[in-house]
Ligand binder design. Structure first.
Ligand SMILES: [Zn+2]
Length: 137
């Protein structure tokens, strides 16, 4: 579930209380000292980066193919809020781009007053794209 990959990293983690002790605590070459305080997120693993990069490319395709059909974005059930969140394609893309830059995306700031009929689950959008690709072969 791509959205969960992005969402859980941001919403569910408290680095202050859950991180193991810093192994570089007494090391003057602590790699963390090179990080700006504005970029609190840990670096993505190569696998995570690949995932998010692929998702970002998918979102661009979703926007291209689904917007003409009146579909403006994705919704999913947020386990923190126990409520549905609605994301425009642009918000999705900027959240993923922020993740790739090592910044935390504002997952709990969904689109305001969404037209709920214009949003679909991620899997629906992926299936829609598969259908288009199949019919063009
Ligand atoms: Zn939420």
């Amino acid at each position: 579930m791509p959205i969960e990959l992005v969402h859980n990293r941001v919403a569910g983690v408290n680095y202050d209380s859950q991180m193991p002790l810093d192994p570089f605590a007494d090391d003057p070459n602590d790699p963390a000292s090179f990080l700006s305080p504005d970029e609190p997120a840990p670096p993505l693993t190569d696998e995570e980066r690949l995932h998010v990069t692929q998702d970002l490319a998918l979102v661009a395709r979703f926007r291209e193919e689904l917007t003409p059909h009146g579909i403006l974005g994705i919704f999913f059930l947020c386990e923190d809020c126990d409520d549905l969140h609605y994301y425009d394609w642009d918000i999705m893309a900027s959240n993923m781009a922020a993740t790739l830059r090592g910044e935390l995306a504002p997952v709990h700031e969904p689109s305001l007053n969404p037209d709920v009929d214009a949003y679909v689950p991620w899997d629906y959008a992926a299936g829609f794209l598969d259908g288009i690709n199949t019919s063009r072969r």
